[in-house]
Design a binder for this molecule. Structure first.
Ligand code: SF4
Ligand code: SF4
Length: 184
């Protein structure tokens, strides 16, 4: 067969000796290595019963933020989508109607907002680009699933709970962001 590169190396195949064919030395060597590992500190943990603490700079699942009154911060400016190197964000803008002032902070809002988690590399550039503090990366990671379509997260999946109607869930969703805001 013709080689595709010149890195091919012919390997000498010596016939195995009698002892090598018995595999006893190899078996004992393998067992010795396994035995030595019994006394070493285990690098693995029993996940999900035990969980490692996240690094302070961990970037997980995106959250769409609301203000203190529960109004959506996002004004559908599209800066996060432009900043995203993976082109994972899509959105559709809509005009706020009369009587919707309690729902959306600005006159324009995202009627549709989607992030494709199969594309996202959790770089955090969407958070950096946002001028409205409307998106941030939380300490939660995207749950595993069997279907690709489950990884397209829409606005309902991403929106933080209402701070007035669900204060506990809101506080939990804020996570590290709340701590950072207190420090700053
Ligand atoms: S974290 Fe990075 S890759 Fe993911 S949506 Fe934001 S900008 Fe795109
Ligand atoms: S999340 Fe921020 S950057 Fe993205 S569209 Fe909304 S306001 Fe603009």
């Amino acid at each position: 067969m013709q080689a595709l590169t010149n890195r091919v190396k012919a390997v000498e195949r010596k016939p195995m000796s009698f002892f090598e064919r018995m595999y006893l030395v190899a078996i004992f060597k393998g067992m010795f290595i396994t035995f030595m590992h019994i006394f070493k500190k285990k690098p693995t943990i029993n996940y999900p019963e035990k969980k490692r603490p996240f690094s302070p700079v961990f970037r997980g699942l995106q959250v769409l933020n609301r203000d203190a009154e529960g109004r959506e911060n996002c004004t559908a400016c599209g800066l996060c989508a432009v900043a995203c190197p993976a082109e994972a964000i899509t959105m559709e803008a809509a005009e706020r109607k009369e009587g919707e002032g309690h729902l959306y902070r600005e006159e324009k809002y995202a009627a549709k907002y989607e992030i494709n988690m199969l594309r996202c590399i959790f770089c955090g550039l969407c958070e950096e680009a946002c001028p409205k503090d409307a998106i941030y990366l939380s300490e939660t990671f995207t749950p595993a699933d069997y279907q690709r379509k489950q990884f397209i997260y829409n606005k309902e999946d991403l929106l933080i709970p209402h701070p007035v109607e669900e204060p506990e869930a809101y506080k939990k969703a804020l996570g590290n962001k709340a701590k950072k805001e207190i420090i700053n």
